[in-house]
Design a protein around this ligand. Structure first.
Ligand code: FAD
Ligand code: NAP
Length: 338
């Protein structure tokens, strides 16, 4: 069951060729526990793997890469909506499309996000103004130290903007096994993002007549028009988080750059990192097999299947340049391993 010296290139959408000292594809709780016991005995670090669409392998992984392939999902009708219970290895986009095909709303703005549902709570996936937390009910996770199953409510998960408990206090402590979502009976389309507004204006579709399936269709069309398909052009989605700055820094930046794209976030301001990178002239930049996507500057691409250090070098050059030009610190969104 446990293989040694395994190439992780097929397991990350950046297609970085790095090797894992050990690798295991687990499809049941028992297999996960056996793999954890093996790692514990040898004091190996664990790399939990879903679809590999939010990781950057900066070198060989000196521990156990554990692919979580638990499968199965069910929709349970309730008086006030429907409950979706899905095992961690289920593909996220397929779940979204299954939900909307059944007429259930709530997930449509999150269509075409790569990866599996088990990773979705890690960064509280979000797109077009909707986040996982909006429909999240609870999850079950296996504690790495003990193999015990623990349930986390939405509150316990401490969801934030591309953030959760599993990036904070519970980092590297749990393997998510099952996620439970509750989709509302009364659904309202969330189409406030300019790209969606423009899409429905062009297609002459009024907001009041929309179905979840139509919104998913719009999201898919918009994403396909500007984001690289990782199967064709290796990438890990947005490479940096949108930085959040205080009101005075925002006012200063806005004065210097009247076209600055920013959105109020409580008392602070969320800056569109893609706009900053684009303004600094990086969009379409290419260097020895790695580069910046030509339609969305927030996405670093790896068409040359280069190693993680080349990707990280480019990311550091961009972040340094943005700090010099705008005084803004960019933080990577994907997790780097080891
Ligand atoms: P992986 O990359 O396999 O893992 C991500 C992290 O979670 C790693 O730290 C991993 O160890 C951990 N992990 C994975 N599974 C488990 C588990 N079962 N238990 C514990 N830890 C686990 N993200 C968004 O939020 N919004 C977007 O719109 C979006 N668009 C994207 C578009 C593209 C083209 C790409 C390539 C990425 C995009 N992403 C987006 C990022 C990514 O798809 C999401 O973060 C997704 O949830 C990652 O899922 P995954 O299964 O591929 O996770
Ligand atoms: P976009 O629509 O061109 O918007 C650019 C940025 O402005 C986005 O980052 C978005 O922030 C912000 N924004 C736009 N309208 C907003 C509004 N009405 N209120 C608040 N913020 C607003 O972005 P895009 O690159 O094409 O991506 C579309 C959506 O997919 C975004 O939500 C983005 O986060 C998501 N996406 C995420 C990834 C990833 O890997 N994380 C990759 C691709 C796309 P937010 O990012 O906070 O939404």
């Amino acid at each position: 069951m446990i293989q040694s010296d395994v190439d992780l290139q097929p397991f990350n959408t950046m297609t970085i060729a790095a090797r894992a000292k050990y690798f295991c594809a687990a499809t049941s709780h028992d297999e996960m526990r056996e793999a954890l016991a093996f790692a514990r005995k040898q004091q190996l670090p664990i790399l939990p793997l879903g679809g590999g669409s939010n990781i950057v392998l900066t070198g060989d992984f000196p521990g156990l890469a554990l692919h979580i392939g638990l499968l199965g999902h069910e929709f349970e009708p309730l008086d006030d909506g429907v409950r979706l219970r899905a095992s961690a290895g289920e593909n996220w986009h397929q779940l979204v499309m299954h939900s909307v095909a059944l007429g259930y709303g709530g997930l449509e703005n999150l269509a075409l996000i790569p990866g599996n549902i088990g990773a979705a709570p890690i960064q509280n996936i979000g797109a077009y103004g909707v986040e996982l937390k909006d429909t999240f009910e609870q999850l079950t996770a296996m504690e790495i130290a003990t193999g015990n199953l623990v349930t986390f409510t939405a509150e316990a998960c401490q969801f934030g903007y591309r953030d959760s408990l599993f990036k904070g206090d519970a980092k590297d402590r749990f393997l998510i096994c099952e996620v439970v979502l509750k989709l509302p009976a009364r659904w309202q389309p969330q189409v406030s993002y300019p790209a969606l507004q423009q899409y429905f204006a062009e297609h002459q579709q009024g907001e009041q007549d929309l179905t979840p399936e139509q919104v998913a269709g719009a999201v898919i069309a918009i994403r396909n028009s500007k984001l690289p398909n990782p199967v064709e052009i290796p990438n890990a989605g947005s490479f940096f988080k949108n930085p959040v700055v205080g009101a005075s820094q925002y006012a200063e930046l806005k004065q210097k750059h009247p076209d600055l794209v920013a959105f109020a976030a409580g008392n602070d301001w969320k800056l569109a990192a893609g706009w900053l990178i684009d303004q600094a002239g990086w969009r379409g930049f290419a260097r020895d097999g790695v580069g910046v996507h030509d339609r969305q500057a927030l996405v670093l691409v790896n068409p040359g299947h280069r190693c993680g250090s080349q990707v990280v070098d480019l990311a550091q050059d961009i972040a340094r340049d943005i700090q010099q030009k705008f005084g803004v610190v960019l933080e990577p969104e994907p997790r780097f391993y080891p």
